[in-house]
Design a protein around this ligand. Sequence first.
Ligand code: BES
Ligand code: MN
Ligand code: ZN
Length: 507
Amino acid sequence: MIQITVSKGPVPELIAEGYVLFCAADQELTPEQRAGLVTFNGAAEQVLKRLDFSGAPETAVDLQGVQGGRPVSLILVGIGSLSAPVYHRIENMRRACGKAIRAAEKLKITQLVFKLPHPELIGFTPFDYAKELAVAIEMAAYQFNQFITDTKRHVAKDYAITFVAPSAIHEALEFGIETGTRIGCAVNQARHWCDLPALYLTPTALAERAEAIAHAHDSLACTIFGKNEIVEMGMGGLIAVSQGSAQEPRFIVMEYHCGQQDAQTVGLVGKGVTFDSGGLSIKPASRMDEMKDDMAGAAAVIATMQALAYLRPHVNVVACAPVTENLPSGTAIKPGDIVYHYNGKTSEIKNTDAEGRLILADALSYIAAKYKLDALIDIATLTGACSHALGPFYAAVLGKNEPLIDRLIEAGKMSGDRLWPLPFSDDYRPAIRSEVADVCNIGRESYRAGAITAGFFLEHFASGMPWAHLDIAGTSFEVPDRPYYRGGSTGFGVRLFVEFLMDWKPL
Ligand code: BES
Ligand code: MN
Ligand code: ZN
């Protein structure tokens, strides 16, 4: 458990194992910071000069000293320029929190005092500031260690952290910390499901987790559809993808009810392929292991529902996740097969590795038919093409509803789950024409642009809703060099959706 409390200081009076000073690149140390350094260790400033610490983002140094007869550490973390754009400043603060946790891990200390710059200097309200920092601290401390039996290799998961700030903003900070802790825990929940091997996180296992979350909250409801119901409902894409595996598919529906009469409703759909071998159109062996993460979209929407139950935004939310494995076998779908989706449209399966869109087709048409939605968003580790186009730091957003896309991009900047739009011009639409069915599951070679043509496939099933598609293939797993990640999965989408939904207003 990470416990974050607030104190007015002064820093030297707070007992701790480590003191973390957040230092800007373009600001001299404040008199208080200077005093802190001197109290800590008379020579600290000279040492700093020698260490050449400039406050650049993603840098940190630590010094060891003695205070009141106890060994203490001083950790300086850089936060970059205070005149950088506001979203850079908060992102630098998140990374600095990550650096601070990594330093504490190295020093094996868990009792920390954070001397933070005032939220005004970052350009955030005290609430949002504390929220973002608490999320980053939770995320930084996450480690997937369930299967590492040598506990010496486990990092600390219990911290006692004190934020030092003026009394006037304590209440707002405390509320922000509580909110951020909930969000961070939901992000880490999604990461844990993504990191779990497919051996453990089967479709039925994920459905059980969703059900357990819903049971714990009055504002949540959950329905799980099994194989027979999926067949009966006519979800031919989901059945087709699942039929090569001995694991049964599941279709998860979760509802968050905000309790207000006139509230609008937002739909979320997440791709839940618990393992994607490619099926008969099998993938190469190298990095196939990463395809245990092909349910990151489903994890993001389910974990978001958990966060919403605590944070209670004024909007109803429905989340759907079609969940299955994609494996080759004697019963698997074959290239050339044609299936009927939930809305009656047919698709030609030219490549069994383009399976995500087949299951999303059923889920999108289901949610659009069953609910009166004011916006619909899907999230999926959908294409290698997207991962190549944008790399690990931005997910793609596609669609034609500009207000919805603008809101999502804004929520991305605010939360740190950043989005970049890809063109969604009808010029690309003919790529997925099929000679033998309504639509083909891969784009024609000459059109290339695989992330965009996949989006056009999905558009057939979004039923004219205000809809946006998020491709998180590049951002959900193995994002390098981000101090608050640690290899493995990122939980991309949870921070974004919570931010997007917390201040929902009609489009
Ligand atoms: N799950 C993959 C996409 C993916 C690739 C995610 C790499 C993360 C990292 C998806 O099901 C897939 O295989 N897509 C194919 C589509 C192609 C056959 C049209 C791809 O991108 O190669
Ligand atoms: Mn695939
Ligand atoms: Zn896939």
